[in-house]
Design a binder for this molecule. Structure first.
Ligand SMILES: Cc1cc2nc3c(=O)[nH]c(=O)nc-3n(C[C@H](O)[C@H](O)[C@H](O)COP(=O)(O)OP(=O)(O)OC[C@H]3O[C@@H](n4cnc5c(N)ncnc54)[C@H](O)[C@@H]3O)c2cc1C
Ligand SMILES: NC(=O)c1ccc[n+]([C@@H]2O[C@H](COP(=O)([O-])OP(=O)(O)OC[C@H]3O[C@@H](n4cnc5c(N)ncnc54)[C@H](OP(=O)(O)O)[C@@H]3O)[C@@H](O)[C@H]2O)c1
Length: 259
């Protein structure tokens, strides 16, 4: 077991946001598991016909927790015909979950120069990685203002909304520097527009709502979630002068595809 590329951890809690669709899973964390905010873990489960056997099925899940937290938390969708997510959703406290010893991913602070404003744009479970970044004091040291946009189909899918609103002046979050825009596309959502993130970028409403200019010299943008949204948003942002870093030169755009 000591030579294995993974550790065996224990599920400590499972919380449902929307029945059969969205849930969060908390686990123990191995002392040697050191990650950066915004990275993802590879979670493993054993074959169905060998529940006590080694893990054979692996999926990526962004950490919701900050690097300094004692345990780990993940936020997941249930894909009805998926091989992994329905099994993950069925786990109970005390059950085993395997975690690859290596954390992965580049949706991290070192992608950008530590100045200007940070734009965190997500649809669906793409929010996970941003929860970790928002909980990391380093994020607040580096950026003047932080914009968090969470786009979902229905209001009930706005997971962590109460947590985010409840952060008001709870360190490391400085609510005077955080703009949170929870946006639903398939039902009216109060004062906020019922529109896709891409539409809001295109027609200028995102800048107006954020109170921040979409200026490539100031804004550092992360994009995470639905791959079709990512490619449409990438194109819109490229036209506005945003590009990922290259050859060690930091850029102003970082993107993570979930499927
Ligand atoms: C870098 C990375 C980080 C990820 N982080 C997360 C995370 O934090 N939370 C999370 O729920 N998933 C995350 N995923 C997706 C996750 O790895 C699984 O694909 C997902 O949980 C479904 O697994 P499955 O085996 O049930 O279905 P799969 O066979 O893996 O996927 C089947 C189909 O389900 C849809 N799908 C997959 N993932 C999602 C999703 N997250 N939201 C909406 N539709 C989806 C796609 O249409 C996909 O083709 C991440 C993926 C990557 C590559
Ligand atoms: N929703 C459900 O009832 C449900 C239930 C169980 C499982 N699932 C699984 O979840 C997957 C969908 O994930 P999800 O619920 O997080 O929804 P999603 O389809 O990724 O939608 C999340 C948000 O992204 C927006 N969006 C989608 N495509 C876009 C694009 N090309 N450009 C800009 N914005 C875009 C959506 O707007 P629009 O509303 O305008 O599309 C919505 O606001 C499905 O593949 C399915 O496997 C869904």
């Amino acid at each position: 077991m000591t030579d294995a590329k993974y550790t065996r951890q224990t599920v400590t809690a499972v919380d449902t946001w929307v029945a059969d669709k969205l849930f969060s899973l908390r686990t123990t964390r191995d002392a040697g598991y050191v990650y950066q905010a915004g990275q993802f873990a590879r979670l493993g489960l054993p074959a169905l016909d060998d529940p006590e056997g080694p893990p054979t099925l692996w999926r990526a899940y962004s950490m919701v927790t900050a690097p300094g937290d004692a345990g780990l938390e993940f936020y997941s969708i249930v894909v009805p015909d998926g091989e992994f997510s329905p099994r993950l959703a069925a786990l109970q406290p005390g059950d085993a979950i395997y975690i690859d010893k290596t954390p992965f991913g580049f949706l991290t602070l070192d992608r950008f120069a530590p100045e200007g404003d940070l734009w965190l744009l997500a649809t669906g479970t793409g929010l996970s990685a941003y929860m970790s970044l928002l909980r990391d004091p380093e994020t607040w040291r580096r950026y003047r203002r932080i914009l968090l946009v969470h786009g979902v189909r229905h209001l009930e899918e706005l997971a962590y909304a109460d947590t985010i609103r409840g952060w008001r002046d709870a360190p490391p979050v400085d609510s005077a520097r955080l703009v949170y825009l929870p946006i639903a596309t398939r039902e009216p959502s109060g004062d906020l527009p019922q529109a896709r993130l891409t539409t809001l970028i295109e027609d200028g409403r995102l800048e107006a709502l954020a109170g921040l200019p979409l200026d490539p010299a100031q804004a550092k943008i992360m994009l995470c979630g639905n791959p079709e949204m990512l490619s449409a948003a990438r194109k819109l942002l490229a036209d506005r002068g945003f590009a990922p870093g290259r050859r060690g030169i930091p850029g102003n755009l970082a993107v993570e595809n979930y499927w």
